[in-house]
Design a binder for this molecule. Sequence first.
Ligand code: ZN
Length: 424
Amino acid sequence: MKYYRELRNYCETIPLVDCHDHSGACEPRYTDPIMAVKSGYFTNDIQSVSSDEDIRILDDVNRSLEERWPILEKAWKRTCHTGYARVTKRVLKKFYNEDELTLDALKRMQSKLLDLTNEETFDDILEEANIAARLVNRWLVRNEILDGSYKLTPRARIVISLSNYHVVRSYPELQELVAPLGTTVTSLDEYLDACRKIFAIHKDFGAVAFKDLSAYERTLRFDNPTRAEAEKVFNWFMEDPRRSAAFPDEIKPLGDYLFHEFMRMARDLDLPVQIHTGQLAHMRNDIVKANAIGLTKVIELHRDVRFDLFHANWPYSGELLYLAKNYPNVTIDFCWTNIIDPIYCRNMFKQALSCVPHGKIHGYGSDYLGSVDRAWAHAQIARDNIAGALAEMVELEYLSLNEAREVAYAWLFANANEFFRLGL
Ligand SMILES: [Zn+2]
């Protein structure tokens, strides 16, 4: 492609806003070469082409490399062209100077495995990836945030985990959520009050958004139940701490009600809401319930809440393009997607350019847990995808090279910087 190299070089100079990550600590310290090859998402493609049993053997670091290599080799030969495999290839080349995955390569890696628990190493890799800021979503840091002791990983901005607070089904679960406030909740009103306080403390700590990942467990089709319906469920499990409401059907009225209440809190706190839509990690899950189109009623009702919809709704691009085009309060977030399916991204970047305002696209989010070696590789692939898509559009004379540069800058940096008010 005529314009690819030029745009790709330009993308390399653009600082990135990493719109979604999970790094709660500088980690890991790799000790096993096979784990250094397959950790992160790639393990899912290996599982997809082998078996659960093979994964158990590969993960058993007490077995020798020689014993495990035939399983990895067989799988690698059949899955070395996916987006996830491309992450591994780049990591092998960049950090271990290996062009091919072989048993000898694994043996050579053994003595130079990355130690990402070293904060300097961790930050150096972020620097090299030119990642300026990261929106980090953790699950279990409530106490540390509430008492102010939480230590962020380099370049991190905190995002509030929302799902825990509305997927609630029993007295002990609920009390644990509010425990950091030092209060015991006895009614729905008190619970809502406690949540409001917790979210406000997160915002004071520097939170820039909410993040909801309930699509892993429940449908995104939130109904709009009455308070009475919600309170009935709430009061039922509250009156006997040994009770637990059935998930997901029995608690749905309460969960749906709480979700709407939380959207009002997001509006009042003026924080955008990131929602997991599309592709689900960890293999074997029901994708239909995670389709962003299920959020239509929520988006339409809460017009003052800004929704950042994740993972480009893979594989339902059309539905998300529709939502972003037709609702002022919806943006498309390509976090994780650039490595789930690079070609989907290239196609969707092109299609989005032609139908969705380009100011509503967030182009990159690493979505790893630590593992900045992989965040670096992911950043490279995101730049490839955006440069590739825009180069094609310039070739079509859809826009000029200069305009393509502006779009790339917006997608990798400027849109997210403005949307999340990062002030970079
Ligand atoms: Zn994630």
